[in-house]
Design a protein around this ligand. Structure first.
Ligand SMILES: Nc1nc2c(ncn2[C@@H]2O[C@H](COP(=O)(O)OP(=O)(O)OP(=O)(O)O)[C@@H](O)[C@H]2O)c(=O)[nH]1
Ligand SMILES: Nc1nc2c(ncn2[C@@H]2O[C@H](COP(=O)(O)OP(=O)(O)OP(=O)(O)O)[C@@H](O)[C@H]2O)c(=O)[nH]1
Ligand SMILES: [Mg+2]
Ligand SMILES: [Mg+2]
Lengths: 290, 276
C-alpha cells in the first residue's frame, strides 16, 4: 500500500540522515499515482500535490525522523480538510415542512436512497411522506411504492407529470401533518438541458430545504463535470455517495466536494434500508489513500 | 508523472491529461505515451502526433470477435450480469429488440427476484417489444427461474434466451456464488447452451471497472462486454485496459435510454471520440 511504498523510498536514506528534495518528489509521485488510481480528478490531483509539496519541502518532512509517516500524515490531513473536515448534518427546520429532493445520474441509487433516508429520519422521530416523480423509467413508481410499503411509510405517486406529482405531494404532506417530504426524481444526464430545466422548475415550485446529489462512489474522472453541472444548473445542498460497500476507492468524493464546495452528508453501504451511514471525512480519506 | 524530456513538454502534459481524464488509467496512459515517444521523436507536428496516438491506442484493441455468440442448434443463452445500476435490465431489452428486428425469436428471463419492482420493470419492457418473459414470484430462487427459462427456451424453439440478473457487488461472495449457481444450473441441464456471458459496465465508472471485470472473469467467465451510458460526458477509456489486459471484446455500447440506443462497438469510432 501507499505507506509501505513511501517507507521503501525513504528507508534507504535513513542511515545517511539526510532526505533530499528529490526523495520527497519521488514520494509525491507515488501519492499522485495513488490518488489517480483512486479516481481523483487529474487537475485536482495536480493542485493537491503542489500544495502538499510546499508543506513537505518546507522542512516538515526533511527534518522528520519518520519522513514517510510525516508525508502520509500531511496528505491524510489535507484530504480530510478537502472532504469537509467534519460530518455534516441535514439542514432541517423543526417548525416547517422539510422537503428533500434527490437528484442525479441514471442508476446512481436515488430511489433506493430515498427509502434509506426515510428509514433513517423515521428512526430519528420524523414523520415521512415519500413522493415518486419518475414517470419515465418502467416501474420506477412501483419500486418506490414497494420500498415505502416495506417501511410502513406512505408513498404518493399520483400526478400527470413530475411537477404535478411533486405539487400533489406537498399538498398531501401539509394536509396530513407530515414533517418531512422526500422526493425521488428520474435519473438524468447533466447535459440534458430539458431535463435539468425540469428539475429547476420543480425546485422553484416547491422550495426544497435540501437538494441532495446522489452520486455513485465508483464514478471516474467525469465526476467533476457531472457535479459542477448539477450545482451550476440546479444548485445542490448536499451529496450522498452510494455503493461504498464495493472495493472502489471513492476518489470521486474529492472531485465532487472540491468542485461544488457542497458537503457530503451520507454514504450508501449496501442495498438494504439500514445501509445508509453518516459521512465521516477521515474514514474516506484513508480509503482513498488505499 | 513520467520521465520527461524538456522539449515541448506542454503537448505531452496535454496528452497525459486527455488520457487520464478519459479514465484510461495510469498504467495504460504510461505505456501508450512511452511507446508514442519512441515513434514520434522526429515529428513535431501535433496533427501527426495525434494520429500516431490514435494508432497506438487502436493497437490495444482486439482485432475480431465482436459479434454476439450464437448457436447452430438454438437456443443460445445470453447471461447479462454486472454491478448495481449499470444498465443490465435496459440492455437486456435493447439486445432483445435488436435481435428480434433481425428476425430472431427471443425469450427473456427475469431472474432478479430480489430488487424492488425488478420483475415489473423487465415485464413492461418485454411487453413493449412484444417478447415473452419467464418469471417467478418476488423472492424466488434466481437459479430456479433460469432453469425454467432454459427449459422453456428449448421447448419453444427460440433462437435466443436472454437472462437478466440482479445487480451485485463483485466483492460480495454470496452474490457471486449465486451467479455461479445459475451458470451451473444452465450448464448441467443443457451443456453448451450458454453461449454468451455479457458483463455490463457503466461508462461513468472509473478504475473500479477493471476490478469488476477481473472479478467477474475469474468467478464466472465473461465472453463479452457492454458499455452503457456513453451518451454522457464520460469517455469510458477503461475499456482500453480491459481489452489489453483481459482480452475480452467490447461487443456493444449503450448510447441512451431508448431501445434503439444500442450499437455494435467500433474501436476506431471510440478512439477518435476520445479527442473530440
Ligand atoms: N451495493 C449497493 N447497491 C446500491 C446502493 N444504493 C443503491 N444500490 C443499488 O443500485 C441499483 C440502482 O438503484 P436505484 O435506486 O434504482 O437507482 P436510481 O438512481 O433510482 O436509478 P434511476 O432511477 O434509473 O436513475 C439498485 O440495484 C440498488 O439496489 C449501495 O449503497 N450499495
Ligand atoms: N443515458 C443512459 N441511461 C442508461 C443507459 N443504459 C441504462 N440507462 C439507465 O440507467 C438506469 C439503470 O438501468 P437498469 O437497466 O435498471 O440498470 P440495472 O443494471 O438493471 O440495475 P439493477 O438491476 O438495479 O442493478 C435506468 O435509468 C436506465 O434508463 C444508457 O446507455 N444511457
Ligand atoms: Mg430511480
Ligand atoms: Mg436490473
Amino acid at each position: 500500500n501507499l505507506t509501505d511504498k513511501l517507507q521503501t523510498i525513504f528507508k534507504n536514506l535513513r542511515g545517511q540522515g539526510v532526505i533530499s528534495e528529490s526523495n520527497i518528489k519521488e514520494g509525491l509521485r507515488e501519492i499522485q499515482l495513488a490518488l489517480l488510481e483512486a479516481d481523483v480528478n487529474y487537475r485536482i490531483v495536480k493542485e493537491f500535490i503542489e500544495s502538499v509539496t510546499q508543506e513537505a519541502i518546507g522542512q516538515k518532512v526533511l527534518n522528520s525522523i519518520t519522513p514517510s509517516q510525516k508525508l502520509v500524515k500531511i496528505v491524510n490531513d489535507k484530504l480530510i480538510e478537502l472532504l469537509g473536515q467534519n460530518a455534516s448534518p441535514l439542514n432541517l427546520s423543526s417548525t416547517q415542512l422539510n422537503i428533500i429532493m434527490l437528484v442525479g445520474l441514471q442508476g446512481s441509487g436515488k430511489t433506493t436512497t430515498c427509502s434509506k433516508l426515510a428509514k433513517f429520519l423515521h428512526n430519528k422521530g420524523k414523520s415521512i411522506l415519500l413522493a415518486g416523480t419518475d414517470t419515465q423509467r418502467p416501474a420506477a413508481r412501483e419500486q418506490l411504492q414497494f420500498l415505502g410499503k416495506n417501511l410502513g411509510l406512505p408513498v404518493i405517486t399520483e400526478g400527470e407529470n413530475p411537477l404535478d406529482i411533486a405539487l400533489n405531494s406537498v399538498k398531501k404532506a401539509n394536509s396530513s401533518g407530515v414533517d418531512t417530504l422526500i422526493i425521488d426524481t428520474q435519473g438524468r444526464l447533466h447535459i440534458n438541458d430539458e431535463l435539468m430545466d425540469e428539475l429547476l422548475k420543480m425546485k422553484e415550485a416547491i422550495s426544497p430545504k435540501e437538494i441532495l446529489f446522489v452520486a455513485d462512489a465508483m464514478t471516474g474522472q467525469d465526476a467533476v463535470n457531472i457535479a459542477k453541472s448539477f450545482n451550476e444548473k440546479l444548485g445542490i445542498t448536499g451529496v450522498i455517495l452510494t455503493k461504498l460497500d464495493t472495493d472502489t476507492r471513492g476518489g470521486a468524493a474529492i472531485s465532487i466536494r472540491k468542485v461544488t464546495g457542497v458537503p457530503i452528508k451520507f454514504i450508501g453501504m449496501g442495498e438494504k434500508g439500514e445501509d445508509l451511514e453518516i459521512f465521516y471525512p477521515e474514514r474516506l480519506a484513508s480509503r482513498i489513500l488505499g | 508523472l513520467f520521465k520527461k524530456e524538456t522539449e515541448g513538454e506542454n503537448l505531452w502534459d496535454e496528452l497525459e491529461q486527455i488520457l487520464i481524464e478519459a479514465d484510461m488509467g495510469v498504467g495504460v496512459t504510461k505505456d501508450v505515451l512511452e511507446n508514442l515517444r519512441k515513434h514520434v521523436r522526429m515529428i513535431a507536428d501535433k496533427e501527426e502526433i495525434l494520429n500516431s496516438l490514435e494508432k497506438e491506442l487502436l493497437g490495444n484493441f482486439l482485432h475480431d470477435g465482436r459479434s454476439l455468440n450464437s448457436s447452430t442448434t438454438p437456443p443460445a443463452v445470453v447471461l447479462m450480469l454486472g454491478v448495481n445500476g449499470v444498465g443490465k435490465t435496459l440492455t437486456t431489452s435493447k439486445l432483445a429488440y435488436k435481435l428480434k428486428k433481425e428476425g430472431s425469436k427471443i425469450l427473456l428471463a427475469a431472474s432478479d427476484t430480489f430488487r424492488a419492482a425488478a420483475i415489473e420493470q423487465l415485464g413492461i419492457l418485454s411487453k413493449k417489444i412484444e417478447v415473452d418473459m419467464i418469471k417467478h414470484s418476488y423472492g424466488a430462487d434466481p437459479a430456479a427461474v433460469c432453469y425454467d427459462a432454459v427449459e422453456a427456451a428449448k421447448a419453444r424453439g427460440v433462437d435466443f434466451l436472454i437472462i437478466d440478473t440482479a445487480g451485485r457487488s463483485h466483492i460480495d461472495k454470496n452474490l457471486m456464488e449465486s451467479l455461479k449457481k445459475i451458470r451451473r444450473v444452465i450448464d448441467s441441464r443443457f451443456p453448451g447452451m450458454l453461449k454468451e456471458i455479457l458483463l455490463v459496465l457503466d461508462a461513468t465508472t472509473g478504475q473500479n471497472a477493471l476490478s469488476q471485470a477481473k472479478t467477474f472473469v475469474d468467478s464466472l467467465g465473461v465472453t463479452g462486454i457492454v458499455m452503457t451510458k456513453l451518451d454522457g460526458t464520460a469517455k469510458g477509456g477503461i475499456i482500453v485496459a480491459i481489452e489489453k489486459e483481459l482480452k475480452i471484446p467490447i461487443k456493444f455500447i449503450g448510447t441512451g435510454e431508448n431501445l434503439e440506443d444500442f450499437e455494435v462497438f467500433d474501436p476506431k469510432v471510440f478512439v477518435s471520440s476520445l479527442f473530440e
